[in-house]
Ligand binder design. Sequence first.
Ligand SMILES: [Zn+2]
Length: 255
Amino acid sequence: MARFRAEDQAVRGGPRRNAGDEEARPMEIISRGRWGAAPPRARTLTTWPKRTEFVVHYSEGPTTQTPKSIQSFHMTDPPEGRGWDDIGYNFLVGRDGEVYEGRGWLVVGAHAKDHNVSGIGVCFIGDEGDATDEAKTSIRDMYDLACQKADRTLHLRGHGQLASTTCPGAQLLAWVEAGAPRPGAPLPGRVLKLTQPPMHGEDVVRVQHAVGVEPDSRYGPETAAAVKAFQSAHGLTADGIVGRKTWAAIMHAPS
Ligand SMILES: [Zn+2]
């Protein structure tokens, strides 16, 4: 499997397979080269400032579909296919949690009308009810990584929230609307602590509400200081790190 380039692996506080792990798990993405992608007919690039959302899809097909078969369908001329320049999605996730590079981070996709410049489209390969915890974990990992790369919190959307479509299926849509909670995670979010650059995300907003900091979704020094005060007031070790016990106290605090 191809790994992210060094710059990606160096991201601190990045996606983890288990919230309890202190070491960041290197995200692994199967590159286009590895899955044998055909070259795109054309590519249009966008920029991180224009990326504002992360859009979850499903392929609405059997889980035996592959990035290759989906690309072939997307690039074949109608009526047999879509006639697109490349596979429509920016990334794909298999039932086993494998992540595949589609068009990649900054190439404009063909996955959601009027949201292809703003949105990073990630497709679960499968149909309603097929998404496993492994697949959801990988989608969540990709969302967290996208927010880190964008250096801010991206809107998390199911395709059906943007257009009249059943995509990504009722179950995945409900999961996305719930904030894409990490399956089986003992914490409602990651372990949060001061990092450079600061950690970003909806879980940070949740903490900021609980500790009385104006929410900006960035776990910066002001938030860490407020967390220490919160910890002191709740008989916890005032280390500014939101781990299991602090998360539990925050979940019981009025928001
Ligand atoms: Zn879709």
